[in-house]
Design a protein around this ligand. Structure first.
Ligand code: AP5
Length: 271
């Protein structure tokens, strides 16, 4: 596979984030060491258009909250490196390259296989799932079976022109998957990853023709999730304007406000 798998010998990020091994492997795989939960285990969904900065925020939020970053896109990109992908996986990867959504059936069964991650004591940040109302309903069922509930859905918002700017300048390390931007988050040495020295590449689905298809898929299939989560007050809108650190602080403040409100409500119920 050009670009993404070049130089890869292992599943991405497994050395730098051992806690994601279970998510990448699925099935019987178990975490050797669940992420340490400092106090509360946050269980969150990150929602927003492609390129708004969900992955960037996931990385920062995981460091601050001690949660695990569960990205469906990362699992599919890791699967690109399999020698003999199944016909269903091959079709999924082709859809992904064109910028289309992978079928609900395949995505839901992939997440179901990994549903132990949803009850992990360290919490989770789901990035890229759910993306359709059918997936959101399936997630609610999985959470119910696991006996856990979402703390909230962080919904990142930014005008489309700014998003296209972010996507067209994104570069990703072909080895450790660290994410850069040619102007907003440049590496110290052009084209080379600061962390592992790997080659920086452009994702295949960041080509303009795929970006157009991804935006359309977002508008048609994913935007309706804003209403889905707003109707039972799980939605937490966050402006994605500003630097990654500013957005992080905004998200943490919103989460704090949400948990303070929830605590006050439960105190007044039990009084
Ligand atoms: P996925 O991997 O989930 O991609 P996505 O949702 O399209 O999101 P991106 O990873 O493109 O963007 P991001 O929001 O994480 O932005 P980032 O932080 O990198 O999915 C890929 C594909 O897989 C889908 O198209 C589909 O085919 C398939 N798929 C996955 N899940 C699926 C599902 N559930 N159902 C069906 N199909 C599924 O930031 C972007 C750039 O901006 C970077 O360069 C970054 O450095 C820069 N940046 C970030 N924040 C800032 C900032 N504040 N200021 C300036 N620059 C910034």
């Amino acid at each position: 596979m050009p670009g993404w798998c070049a130089g890869m010998v292992k599943e991405p990020l497994m050395d730098s984030q051992p806690d994601r091994a279970t998510w990448f492997q699925g099935g019987e795989a178990r975490c050797d060491k669940p992420p340490s939960a400092s106090g509360k285990a946050f269980r969150l969904v990150l929602l927003g258009p492609p390129g708004v900065g969900k992955g960037t925020q996931a990385e920062l939020l995981c460091k601050r909250l001690g949660t695990c970053h569960l990205s469906t896109g990362d699992v599919f990109r890791a699967a690109q490196c399999q020698n003999e992908p199944s016909p269903a996986l091959k079709a999924a990867l082709e859809a992904m390259r064109r910028g289309e959504l992978v079928s609900d059936g395949l995505v839901i069964s992939m997440v179901t296989e990994r549903s132990d991650c949803l009850s992990c004591g360290g919490g989770f940040l789901l990035d890229g799932f759910p993306r359709t109302v059918v997936q959101a309903e399936a997630l609610d069922e999985l959470l119910e079976k696991q006996g856990v509930r979402l703390d909230g859905v962080l919904s990142f918002e930014l005008p489309i022109e700014r998003i296209v700017e972010r996507l067209s300048g994104r570069r990703t390390c072909s080895q450790c998957k660290a994410v850069y931007h040619v102007t907003a988050r440049p590496p110290r040495q052009e084209g080379i990853c600061d962390i592992c020295g790997g080659r920086l590449v452009q994702r295949e689905d960041d080509r303009p023709e795929s970006v157009r298809v991804r935006m359309q898929a977002y508008e048609e299939s994913t935007r309706p999730l804003i209403d889905y989560y707003a109707k039972d007050n799980r939605l937490i809108p966050i402006s994605a304007d500003g630097t990654p650190e500013e957005i992080l602080e905004r998200a943490l403040a919103a989460l704090h406000a949400r948990s303070v409100t929830a605590e006050a409500a439960s105190t007044s119920r039990s009084a």
